[in-house]
Design a protein around this ligand. Sequence first.
Ligand code: ZN
Length: 362
Amino acid sequence: MPPQIPGLDIPVVWSEDCLRHEPGGEVWLGVREQGTEVPERAGVILAAVRAAGAPVLPAVPHGDEVLSAVHDDALIGHLRTVWAEWEARGYVSEHGRDRVVPYVFPTAGMLAGLPARSPAATHGRLGLYCYDTMTLIGPGSWEAIRAAVDTALTAADLVAAGAAAAYALCRPPGHHAGPAAYGGSCYLNNAAAAAQALRRAGAERVAIIDIDAHHGNGTQAIFYDRADVYYGSLHVDPGAGWFPHYAGYAGERGSGAGDGANRNLPLAPGTGDAGWLAAVDVLCAEAAGRGVDALVVSLGLDAAQADPESPLRVTSAGYRAAGERLGRLGPVALIQEGGYDLPSLGGLTVAALAGVMAGAAE
Ligand SMILES: [Zn+2]
């Protein structure tokens, strides 16, 4: 092993299995494109945090107890088995379909009050669990999906055991995965699992702050009626034409016991550092006002200037400054979400994590 350079002092949790998911592109507006959620993303981040001196720890396998508290078992079971079923039923060998992609969705409009049945045909059942055409499943996907959860849970364990901060370098990302459905290149919700694990470990008030460029509709849905886990997100305005289009609006404030524990700050395209950091400040202040025993950060680097997936134009200095603010809030498990500009992704991650450690040391 090469000697580690003293520097970035945050434990990085990692599993090689996160590389096994090769979505093979995405079907966007009817055309299969190359896609941007590629294994190389994790590779460039890993190289950058190693070069910055961060210790890299293996993810520890966990059981499904925490996962089952944030997702329906039917979704977990579907993700675990669908690829094997797809292969066994000849979709690859006989029909040339090399990835699992849904084509019909039981929307409220289609069902018009009828119950959502579970059709016998595999290809007819996919839309029960997946809400878009961009989130493909292939060989190795499940192993990576589950390893990503273990990575997040291991980071949460480190924080529960007293670490000021820990970073889960997980892939695929998770914040678009809801209680019972996946989409948006996300399958299981790694950040939600980390938050649930911190609750189980004794943190009474957990806050999730999501700085990915897109709204974490899955995380919002999982905790929408709960008061014990605050969810705050800043993201490009879904009403301005950006994924996830149907959620992430300012009026969504939680329901029932969770009324007021959900906060969305949609931002205009081109917002830049000043407006973006002002929104980070609003979420940090609101979370602090409610009390934070432990913090989970959905760390998306896709608000960055060069990122192809958003127009928010945040700089590396902006990410460092956000990290400082989040690091001051308390013990924090950082969970990797989006970030797609391969040349700048590693440096952005290191900048954010260095900011977190600087803030935590204050
Ligand atoms: Zn994103």
